[in-house]
Design a binder for this molecule. Structure first.
Ligand code: PRX
Length: 630
């Protein structure tokens, strides 16, 4: 592995990565195990886009996550699993045990007729079998598409269809806090009219479920019929590793495609260097594996580094809001990586839930998913990090595959609410709205990336043109992140937030168009417009302006129905926090909704509405302000 362990080394590496990027990445890539070395490091253009890293290199990522460690780390813990209920026992896997479990499930998949290139949908709770199933897919060259367990049957169905998944792996039910999520029932509803070859069901809770003859198989029955020796499939560096759906500013969620070689090199490199992982450390990332953070920093990044990773089934506030601190002391966690929304929610429960815990094992703490406000930063640093742990604020995206801008723990200096400096290999630029590069410091602009990095998005599944339009067409020659950022006098980046129609709710991306489509399904709704607004815990909340056909007789009832509609179509995460019924929306003469105005009203900031002269009917603004409940 490539270690950057001083500021001088960071600066040297950064310079090298700009001046000689191919040599820089070549060196890092050689620290992994390849069956055949690549012929060219990078062939690329951002026009099509067409990105190829480690061209003609052959490998299997699971040989790097598992087999490679068996010589020296066979009995070293790979995984510690902490169940939802604190009274249930934890489960551990050594590298040897995980290798066997992955191989066995890989053989199971083969027996179910899954081959290299096939897509497998994983709709599972946070249990070891999810990680095992992902690696089993990678072992045989199948492409995993993990769908977050909070998505509805309809959202799951769309993702299964879009990726053309041959089989689905699920559990009878999932446990999160006091709730039981009927996962198998949701899969049944999602697949009612789809021809799925098989559904493999892990028994987690024992909840009675219906098993469909000739389609559904129990995990434990299926694995008992195969052995635990499975030769890894040889993959090309650019073969697909996984698809992960994420919301953009337009249309339906898109399947972001990541490929094998680049994703491996980048997640391995960033995990090691951002967190300064040391052998024997226990690393805990609280994300759900259904999001990219779990893919990169629960599964691949840690295992590539022979790390011990902790996986938690439950939620930070159950049974009490000290669960995280209990787990850290119980398992002697050294590195803790979570999201600002979790920090704010724990902060709101009061210091008394943290103070009694020693948290002596903690060495590094991290944040991801949304801008972390000053207050939350200070609280996290002081009460959890006890003023001694570096707090790395890591900026990245589903599309970037791994951390792009962040301090290196204990190496670079920290500034509250700043992500910091780019990692070596990352070339951020700020552009103005016309696409001119903004040079110098103390500037603000649109955050773009000027040069490829190994884990960058390759395409959106089945829709390459969409990928081009979304990320590469706005500013030709650059990857556009959709975020605005500020660069301070020291060149440190502070992420301001999305500049497109994406709302970041509790660190989860929700497209406004998606929510509007769901709201519009209600019989009495003519049109809707959705914007984000500041929310003390979630970061952003969802504010919906809704025009009804008939004025609702009972507004609370209609609100309830709209919420239910959104829950059914997308999932509970997309439920609007506020719904305002309006008679009209501020539209330009060309029919475009001016969301800028709606955002200001949602924030309760109605003093200066800016230029409304281009509106078809400027009076609509006053009517909306008058009806705003804030
Ligand atoms: O707006 C940025 C925000 O989350 C978006 C990416 O969301 P997603 O693809 O779901 O990935 C989240 C986990 C990597 C970004 O465009 N974001 C992520 N990390 C930060 C952040 N905003 C500010 N600071 C961060 N550290």
């Amino acid at each position: 592995m490539y270690y950057i362990n001083s500021l001088e080394e960071y600066e040297r590496s950064y310079k090298k990565s700009i001046e000689e990027p191919k040599q820089f990445w070549d060196y890092i890539a050689t620290t992994f195990y390849w069956r055949r070395k690549w012929e060219q490091t990078l062939v690329w253009n951002f026009e099509e886009p067409n990105i190829n890293w480690f061209v003609s290199g052959k490998l299997n990522i699971t040989e790097n996550c598992l087999d490679r460690h068996l010589k020296d780390h066979a009995n070293h813990l790979a995984l510690i699993w902490e169940p939802n209920n604190p009274n249930e026992n934890s489960i551990t896997y050594t590298y040897a045990e995980l290798h066997a479990a992955v191989s066995q499930f890989a053989n199971t998949l083969k027996r179910q007729g899954v081959y290299k290139g096939d897509r497998v949908c994983l709709y599972m709770p946070m249990i070891p079998e999810l990680l095992i199933a992902m690696l089993a897919c990678a072992r045989i060259g199948a492409v995993h598409s993990v769908v977050f367990g909070g998505f509805s049957a309809k959202a799951l169905r769309e993702r299964i269809l879009d990726a053309g998944c041959k089989i689905v792996v699920t559990a009878d039910a999932g446990l999160r806090g006091h709730r039981e999520i009927p996962m198998k029932e949701i899969v049944d509803e999602a697949t009612a009219d789809i021809d799925i070859r098989s559904v493999i069901v892990f028994k987690r809770t024992g909840k009675p479920i219906r098993m469909q003859a000739e389609r559904d198989v129990w995990w434990h029955d299926a694995i008992s019929q195969v052995d635990s020796v499975c030769e890894a499939e040889e993959m090309d560096a650019e073969d697909m590793l996984f698809i992960l759906y994420t919301s953009g500013s337009t249309g339906k969620p898109k399947g972001v495609v990541h490929t094998t070689g680049g994703f491996m090199v980048y997640t391995g490199y960033t995990f090691q260097n951002v967190f300064q992982y040391q052998s024997g450390d226990v690393f805990w990332c609280t994300a759900d594996i259904g999001w990219v953070t779990g893919h990169s920093y629960i599964v691949y990044g840690p295992l590539l580094n022979a790390a011990t990773v902790l996986m938690f089934e439950g939620i930070p506030t159950w049974p009490n809001p000290d669960r995280c601190w209990q787990i850290i002391d119980k398992h002697k966690v050294n590195i803790f990586y979570t999201a600002p929304t979790a920090i704010r929610s724990l902060m709101a429960h009061g210091d008394e839930w943290v103070v009694p815990y020693k948290l002596e094992s903690l060495r590094v703490i991290g944040s991801v998913g949304e801008p972390i406000n000053h207050e939350a930063w200070e609280w996290y640093h002081r009460l959890v990090g006890k003023n001694k742990c570096p707090l790395v604020d890591t900026w990245w995206q589903t599309e970037t595959g791994g951390i792009m801008i962040s301090a290196l723990a204990g190496i670079s200096s920290l500034k509250p609410s700043f992500a910091g400096l780019p990692l070596p290999g990352v070339q951020p630029v700020l552009l103005d709205t016309k696409g001119n590069v903004i040079e110098g410091n103390n500037e603000e602009g649109l955050l773009c990336i000027a040069f490829p990095w190994p884990a960058m998005i390759r395409t959106t599944y089945g829709e390459h043109e969409q990928c081009k339009q979304n990320y590469f067409a706005t500013f030709p020659g650059y990857y556009f992140t959709g975020d605005g950022a500020k660069r301070d006098e020291d060149g440190y980046y502070r992420i301001i937030g999305r500049v497109d129609d994406v709302i970041n709710v509790s660190g989860h991306r929700i497209g406004t168009a998606e929510v509007e489509d769901a709201i519009n399904e209600h019989d009495n709704v003519v049109e809707s417009a959705v914007v984000g607004f500041s929310h003390p815990i979630k970061g952003q909340g969802i504010y919906a302006y809704v025009i009804c056909n008939q004025p609702p007789a009972d507004t609370n009832q209609t609100r309830h129905e709209i919420n239910e509609m959104v829950t059914r179509i997308i999932g509970p995460i997309a439920r609007p926090d506020k719904i305002q019924f309006v008679n009209g929306l501020p539209k330009t003469r060309s029919g475009k909704i001016m969301r800028r105005i709606l955002r200001k009203i949602a924030e309760g900031d109605t003093k200066n509405m800016g230029d409304t002269s281009t509106l078809l009917d400027p009076s609509v603004v006053d009517t909306i302000i008058a009806g705003n409940p804030n």
